[in-house]
Write a protein that binds this ligand. Structure first.
Ligand SMILES: C[S@@+](CC[C@H](N)C(=O)[O-])C[C@H]1O[C@@H](n2cnc3c(N)ncnc32)[C@H](O)[C@@H]1O
Length: 313
């Protein structure tokens, strides 16, 4: 099951050791927060800033797209705003004249507000935008029109009828901790905000997430493990999180990195049973219980047998 716990995942920590919104360093020198409510850090321990550039800005082809006069971005689970910041830096470095329309969805307004203290590594233009978005929940200049929708994304996304994003950054806490944002029904709502040639990127490579993306009509690719990371981390056998750094999805399937045989077979296991929330309103425990029941009744190969077959610890 995907969570944020290993090389490419986030590290859960005991809630008793943490205080909300105290900056915690990650390995690239940037800071993240820990959520006592969800029991996870907001970013990979390997590097919060690096994660935003690699798994979101690069994965959605923002350099190539920046040559369009206008770009539309949807940041699902805005948090500290790092994915937005990395996107703005990437686009404006390639084309300073690109106009951007951005919508962010975030439950807790105190998160981006607390992150104002962590903005200094971004360019002055991006710092100004993130500060205004955090404080006022909107920001408008000739080059950036931004709105931050505060509330449960399952509801706030309804406000975006007709909006079609060139890039969607999909960054909830892990499926085990926040299943309500990884359901087929929510991903269907999100996919309705993706343009025909847009890309959605997420750090998750969970089979349940990938099968939900397929169920809503998207084609999927992997975010491969980079060479350095692979050399540093793979020893004699792959561990449970080393096959991918995430997933990219689009309607047209153009320029997606194909899933490996290991990943394709993962989609045939019980791990691929997706989360469901028909009315977009169930509590996490209800969604998890329903998911467990569906997995128990499922006739697919067990995930442990798939792991054994591929030598995954
Ligand atoms: C993993 S963090 C996102 C990190 C963020 N993308 C960044 O770059 O800083 C997950 C975020 O989802 C938010 N969240 C949790 N449940 C939510 C919900 N139902 N609707 C919208 N946001 C939610 C949390 O408050 C948190 O900020």
């Amino acid at each position: 099951m995907t969570n944020k716990t290993s090389f490419v995942e986030r590290v859960p920590q005991p809630p008793e050791n943490s205080i909300a919104w105290i900056p915690q360093p990650t390995q690239d020198g940037s800071f993240t927060f820990f959520s006592p409510e969800f029991g996870e850090t907001f970013h990979s321990r390997q590097g919060a800033r690096a994660e935003a550039f690699l798994k979101f800005a690069a994965a959605t082809d923002l350099v190539a797209r920046s040559h369009q006069p206008c770009l539309r971005l949807l940041d699902v689970c805005y948090g500290l705003g790092y994915n937005t910041a990395a996107a703005l830096e990437t686009i404006w470095a390639a084309n300073p004249n690109c106009q951007i329309e951005l919508h962010g969805l975030e439950l807790d307004a105190t998160v981006p507000q607390a992150a104002i203290a962590l903005l200094e590594s971004w360019s002055p233009k991006v710092q100004e935008a993130l500060k205004a978005i955090a404080q006022d929940h909107h920001y408008q200049t000739p080059q950036l029109q931004a709105k931050l929708w505060i509330g449960d994304a399952r509801q706030t996304i309804q406000q975006l009828a007709g909006f079609e994003a060139d890039a969607i950054f999909f960054d909830p806490f892990s499926p085990r901790c926040c299943p309500q944002l990884w359901t087929v029904e929510f991903l269907r709502q999100v996919s309705k905000r993706l343009s025909p040639d847009g890309k959605l990127a997420t750090y998750s490579r969970a089979a349940a997430v990938r099968s939900a993306l397929l169920e809503v009509g998207l084609k999927i690719g992997t975010i491969p493990i980079g060479g350095d990371a692979l050399n540093n981390l793979i020893s004699d056998r792959p561990s449970s999180h080393e096959w991918s750094q995430g997933t990219v999805a689009s309607f047209n399937g153009d320029r997606l990195c194909p899933l490996s045989q290991l990943e394709q077979e993962h989609l045939q296991t019980r791990a691929s049973v997706p989360y469901r929330d028909a009315n977009l309103s169930d509590a996490a425990e209800v969604i998890l219980a329903r998911h467990q029941q569906e997995q128990e009744q499922c006739q697919k190969e067990s995930t442990s047998s798939w792991r054994r077959r591929w030598g995954i610890r």
